[in-house]
Structure formats: structure tokens, C-alpha cells
Design a protein around this ligand. Structure first.
Ligand code: 13P
Ligand code: SF4
Length: 439
């Protein structure tokens, strides 16, 4: 199976050969942005010039990066210019020198060239927990995105350094809910509903944040009786919240919130959307009063690409195909699929299939391709025919991994992610509530 990086380079080369001399262009359709074939440092340099952070090409290219997005300084030239084989050799040598002093974690969506160096590969929460199984490691190198590294920092010991190889590897969905906008929303909801519990002891509203959010938002939930959820336990967490509150404010992903609440029987009319910076979030006091779940206007640009037409096409081309999508996909796509679930659910469903099966998967391309390579007895393909990785995750390249690992060998901790103690304390409360919540 060709890696995503190799496929993009091949498409880019073919497009360049087709294009008239002296012109450059966007994708013709096989990949969502041929600029992805460039080293991520080219975007770091462009950002430095423009003075504006950006997410780079890929599904999230049109998403706005907040001004507070961390900037990655320019990667030293020796790492930018090194051939890939040399970078792999240097990563292996640094890991062997460091031994148990370092643990490298790789998210399912990470590119293959990085995943091959990971000691653990998994979803965001599994990886945060995997770090706990290595208490002797002085450094946890998290090849994922910013909120994942923050969670690992919250859950790890204070003297363990969590490192994000490229600081610009954010998550555009997580960035769609910033603490100031959520606090402004909360103030309006408190003004509308008051804070008095009803006769059953349920408070007017409780905040629930998806794991894909900043530590500040997890802390916000911890402080206000709220909780964190992942894509695997969102229904359990919503049950927990409904036992304690009349309504839920769910952020940042509208789709996970809507798909989960709908499956629990909440009518769509009781799930208004809150758009930050609009009066009453773009809705009105009566609708908010009648609501069961107030959905934040956030979404994942990678999962938003999946469509009902793609599901229909897969069914027409592969009779009997099993369509499994991630709950970050739009509701219509989840409804059209056979099943939906987290990255770990998708992986386990494929692993458990006894007979050769066709699977059409609605999630990030790196994971789908890896599953296809791992289970050759099945036909596994991505619902979206366009190669479009999570471009923020894609910013982690072997060059950055080599740079942070060689820094550790030299005694220098580069790109440490540290959540301030006061935020970490309340964020941990919200995470612990999630761990204690039972179906
Ligand atoms: P997981 O929590 O399944 O790792 O998913 C993270 C993510 O970013 C999905 O888009
Ligand atoms: Fe964020 Fe979407 Fe990338 Fe997941 S796939 S890290 S939600 S941008």
C-alpha cells in the first residue's frame, strides 16, 4: 500500500507535468491540495512572513486559525534538507540512545513515515493513557495535535515533559470554540436560565466538551460541574449530564453532539445551534429554553467532506458493503451509513470481521489506508476518493521528530507543551468525571 505522502507526491508530479509551463495550480481532484507534498516548514515560513497562523493545505485550508495558535519556528536547515532515509536513521539512533527515557506516541491519523517510529499507536485518549504505562519516561513525544499533547500533560507526572514535534499541529475544530466565546455564551445562558436547580435537583445547564478542545475548555467544564467526552463514550456522558441538568451545552463539534443526542431520542427541534458572536448565538431565548442540547457551531473539516452520494456510490459499486463512519460526519451521512463509531470502534469492527468483507470507511485517509494494508483479506477503502489527510496532523513530519529527539539526546527539551497548573487542576476534574461515568 502506497503511503499518503507518496500518493500525494505522485499526483503532484503528474499534475505538474500536465500543467502549461510557468503556471501553478490547486488540485484537479485526486488530492485536496497538492501543496501537501511540500515540507510543512514551507508553511511555517509563509506564516512568519504573513504574521498570521494558518492550517496549511488540506481539508482545513479554509478554516480560520485563531491569532493565539502556537507558531512553529523554522526547522533548522539540516532537517529540512535531509533525505527521508537519513531522517529515519537519525530518529532510530536517537531513540536507541534515549531508550526508556522517551516514549513516542502516534495518533491513528498520523502519516506512516511517523507512525513507524511510534511505541504506541491509538486514538487520542488511548495514547494519553499509554503514556501512563511508561512512568520512567522523562519525555513523551506526542505525534498528534495540540489538544492531545495537552491532555497527556494533564494526566502525566509534573516532571514528565510532553513534546509536540511541530507546534503548529493544532486541530481546526478544537480552535472553533475558544474560551472567551464559550464564557460569553455561558454568561448569556446563565442570565436566561438562572442557576437554581429544578424540583429534581437538575441545574439549568451543564457544559460538556469533546476531548478535541483546549485544556482551558476542559478546565471551564471542570469548574462548572461539567465533563469531557470522547467519540466512544459520548452517549454515556450525555446520560450522565441529563441526570444532573435540564440541558447540555455541547462543544465544539456540532456533529458528534447531534448524532449522539439524536440516537438517544432527542428531537432535532430541541437541539439549536449556538453560533458565537451572534446575538443569542443566532437563535432566540425561547428556543434555548426549550432545548435539551445546545450545539456549538464547530465541525471537523476532514469529516465534513463525507457525503450521502459517496455512501450511495459505495453501495452501488460494492453490493453488501459495510459502511462505517466517524460520528464527526454530518447527520445525513451517519444516517445513511450502516454503523458509526470512534476510530477505535472502526478498527475493532474490521478486526472482528471473520469473513472477507468490503468496508467503506468515513474517516481520515491515513487510518483507512493503514487498515487496508493490515487486513488484506478485506476490501477497505475511504468513502471520499480524494486523498485529503488531516492537514494539521500532517504537519508532523519525520524532520520535526528527528529534531525533537536529537534535542533530548543533547539534553534540550524542544516544543514542550505545559498546561498551567490552575487550568490542569480543573481540567483533570472534568476528565476524571468522564472516567467515572458509567453506562
Ligand atoms: P479520536 O478521539 O478517535 O482519536 O479522534 C480524534 C479526532 O481528531 C477525530 O477527528
Ligand atoms: Fe481535528 Fe478533524 Fe484533524 Fe481530528 S481530523 S484532529 S477533529 S481537524
Amino acid at each position: 500500500m502506497t503511503s499518503v505522502a507518496t500518493s500525494i507526491s505522485l499526483i503532484t508530479r503528474a499534475e505538474a507535468e500536465r500543467r502549461p509551463a510557468g503556471t501553478s495550480g490547486a488540485s484537479t481532484g485526486s488530492t485536496c491540495g497538492t501543496d501537501l507534498a511540500k515540507g510543512p516548514w514551507e508553511f511555517d515560513a509563509a506564516e512568519a512572513l504573513r504574521g498570521m497562523p494558518a492550517y496549511g493545505p488540506g481539508a482545513s485550508v479554509a478554516d480560520i486559525a485563531p491569532a493565539s495558535t502556537p507558531r512553529q519556528g523554522q526547522l533548522p536547515k539540516e532537517y529540512r534538507d535531509a533525505p527521508e532515509a537519513e531522517l529515519h536513521e537519525r530518529i532510530r539512533a536517537a531513540k536507541s540512545t534515549l531508550g526508556d527515557r522517551v516514549v513516542v506516541l502516534g495518533h491513528f491519523y498520523q502519516r506512516d513515515e511517523v507512525v513507524e517510529h511510534a511505541d504506541f499507536v491509538g486514538d487520542s485518549f488511548q495514547l494519553a493513557n499509554a503514556a501512563l504505562t511508561r512512568p520512567d519516561a522523562e519525555a513523551i513525544v506526542f505525534c498528534g495535535v495540540h489538544f492531545m499533547a495537552e491532555t497527556a500533560d494533564i494526566l502525566s507526572r509534573d516532571d514528565q515533559a510532553v513534546i509536540l514535534p511541530n507546534l503548529a499541529a493544532g486541530c481546526s475544530m478544537a480552535d472553533m470554540a475558544d474560551i472567551d466565546s464559550v464564557e460569553a455564551c455561558w454568561a448569556q445562558l446563565e442570565e436566561l436560565f438562572g442557576t437554581e436547580p429544578d424540583e429534581d435537583g437538575r441545574v439549568p445547564v451543564i457544559p460538556v466538551t469533546y476531548m478535541n478542545s483546549s485544556a482551558a475548555l476542559k478546565g471551564f467544564c471542570g469548574e462548572r460541574g461539567g465533563i469531557v467526552c470522547t467519540s466512544s463514550n459520548a452517549a454515556t456522558v450525555l446520560e450522565w449530564a441529563f441526570e444532573r441538568a435540564q440541558r447540555v451545552l455541547f462543544f465544539p463539534d456540532q456533529h458528534l453532539g447531534r448524532n449522539t443526542a439524536k440516537a438517544m431520542g432527542v428531537p432535532l427541534t430541541q437541539m439549536p445551534m449556538w453560533s458565537p458572536r451572534k446575538p443569542w448565538g443566532g437563535t432566540d431565548p425561547q428556543t434555548l429554553t426549550d432545548a435539551r442540547v445546545i450545539l456549538w457551531h464547530g465541525f471537523c473539516s476532514v469529516h465534513k467532506r463525507f457525503t450521502v452520494a459517496q455512501v450511495e456510490k459505495a453501495r452501488a459499486e460494492y453490493p453488501g458493503v459495510r459502511v462505517i463512519v466517524h460520528p464527526e460526519c454530518p447527520m445525513e451521512v451517519v444516517d445513511a451509513a450502516d454503523e458509526y463509531g470512534s476510530t477505535d470502534y472502526i478498527r475493532k469492527a474490521i478486526a472482528a470481521a471473520a469473513e472477507p468483507t468490503a468496508f467503506a470507511i468515513g474517516t481520515e485517509i491515513n487510518l483507512v489506508n493503514r487498515l487496508a494494508a493490515e487486513y488484506p483479506q478485506h476490501t477497505i477503502f475511504c468513502l471520499d476518493p480524494v486523498i485529503c489527510p488531516c492537514s494539521t496532523m500532517y504537519r508532523i513530519h519525520p524532520g520535526y521528530l528527528a529534531w525533537v529527539l536529537e534535542g533530548l539526546v543533547e539534553g534540550e527539551v524542544r516544543n514542550r507543551i505545559e498546561v498551567p497548573a490552575e487550568v490542569a487542576g480543573t481540567a483533570r476534574v472534568a476528565l476524571e468525571r468522564m472516567l467515572a461515568a458509567r453506562p
